[in-house]
Design a protein. Structure first.
Length: 309
C-alpha cells in the first residue's frame, strides 16, 4: 500500500471498534465491518479514532485490531490509524508498529495542554520529529480536544511540516477556516493538502463547496457520504443536497453528544456490519425509547430515498 499523501480524497470512514455484549474485542466482526464499509464505496478507512473507542483498548488490543483490519482490507484502500497519545514515546511506538503492518499513515489530535498558537505549532513539530517520514493527518476537533486552531496556525503547520498531508476538519462552526486554508493554497501561498470533514458528515455539502476533498467520519450510512461526494463531483448540487437531506434527521440524531456512539453502533449492528452494538464500559446504553426513535427515523429515511429514486 502506498503512503497517504496530499492528493487523498473521497470518503475515509472512521470505523467502529466491535465488542461482544460482554465487552470483549470482537475480531470476528472485523471482516463483516470492513466489507460493509468497502461495499458502501469507502475510499479509505481510519481506525482507532475518537469514536472508535481507542482509549478503551489496551496496547495489545490496538495492535490486534489494526492488524485484523489491514488483513481484511488487503491493500484495497488506504488505512489511517489514530496514534494520539499523551506522550511521544507511546505515539512513536504505535506508529512504527502500524506502519510496519501496512498502514498508509497516522492521525494525531493535540492534547488539551497546548493552548497558544506557538504551543500548537511546537507540539506538531515534535509530532513530526517523533513520526519521522510517516505522513500524518492533523485532527482539528476543538469540541473534543479543547484546542482551537486558527487558519493561520494550520497554514503555518502545513508550510513548516511536509509530512502533514491532511487536515481532518471538525471545527464547528469552521467553514470560514476551511475557506481560508483552501484560499491560501489556491493563491500558492502554501502547498495544497487534503482536507476531509468530520462531525458525522453534518456539514458535508457546505464543506465540499468550500473546497474540502471529502469526509473522514463514521456515520452509520457511509453510502450517503459517498453519494453526496459523487453528486458534487458531477456538478449536480441539487441532487447532492437532496441526498443529504434524506439522511439528515438520522445523521443529526446520531451526532448527539453522549449517546451518539451507542446510536451509531446500534445502527451498524442493525445493518449487519457488526454482531453487537455494545459500547465498551464506561459508555452509554440505549433505552427502549431511543431504539424506537431510531426505527422511526430509519423508516422515514427509507421513504425519502425511494422518493428520490
Amino acid at each position: 500500500m502506498s503512503l497517504l499523501n496530499e492528493t487523498a480524497r473521497g470518503v475515509y470512514v472512521i470505523t467502529a471498534t466491535p465488542f461482544t455484549d460482554a465487552g470483549e474485542l470482537d475480531l470476528a466482526s472485523v471482516d463483516t465491518m470492513v466489507d460493509f464499509y468497502l461495499d458502501a464505496g469507502a475510499d479509505g478507512l481510519t481506525v482507532l479514532g475518537m469514536m472508535g473507542e481507542a482509549p478503551k483498548l489496551t496496547a495489545e488490543e490496538s495492535q490486534r485490531f489494526v492488524k485484523a483490519v489491514l488483513a481484511r482490507v488487503a491493500g484495497r484502500v488506504p488505512v489511517v490509524v489514530g496514534v494520539s497519545s499523551p506522550g511521544f514515546a507511546a505515539m512513536g511506538e504505535l506508529s512504527e508498529q502500524v506502519m510496519d503492518a501496512g498502514a498508509a499513515g497516522v492521525m494525531v489530535a493535540p492534547p488539551y495542554t497546548v493552548r497558544t498558537d506557538d504551543q500548537i505549532v511546537d507540539y506538531y513539530h515534535n509530532v513530526a520529529k517523533t513520526l519521522g517520514p510517516t505522513p500524518f493527518v492533523l485532527q482539528d476537533f476543538p469540541l473534543s480536544t479543547g484546542v482551537n486552531f486558527s487558519a493561520k496556525v494550520l497554514i503555518r503547520i502545513i508550510a513548516e511540516l511536509p509530512t502533514c498531508v491532511m487536515i481532518k476538519h471538525e471545527d464547528w462552526p469552521g467553514l470560514a477556516k476551511l475557506s481560508a486554508v483552501r484560499a491560501a493554497s489556491d493563491r500558492a501561498e502554501v502547498r495544497r493538502v487534503s482536507i476531509l470533514g468530520g462531525n458525522g458528515g453534518l456539514f458535508l455539502p457546505e464543506e465540499l463547496i468550500r473546497g474540502s476533498d471529502g469526509a473522514m467520519t463514521g456515520f452509520a450510512y457511509p453510502e450517503m457520504m459517498v453519494d453526496v461526494c459523487a453528486a458534487h463531483a458531477a456538478g449536480d448540487l441539487t441532487r447532492m443536497r437532496d441526498l443529504f437531506d434524506a439522511y439528515l434527521p438520522l445523521a443529526r440524531y446520531e451526532q448527539q453528544p453522549g449517546p451518539g456512539l451507542a446510536i451509531r453502533k446500534a445502527l451498524l449492528a442493525r445493518r449487519g456490519a457488526i454482531a453487537s452494538g455494545a459500547v465498551r464500559a464506561p459508555g452509554p446504553k440505549l433505552s427502549a425509547a431511543d431504539l424506537e426513535e431510531i426505527e422511526v427515523l430509519v423508516a422515514r429515511q427509507t421513504t425519502r430515498l425511494k422518493e428520490l429514486g
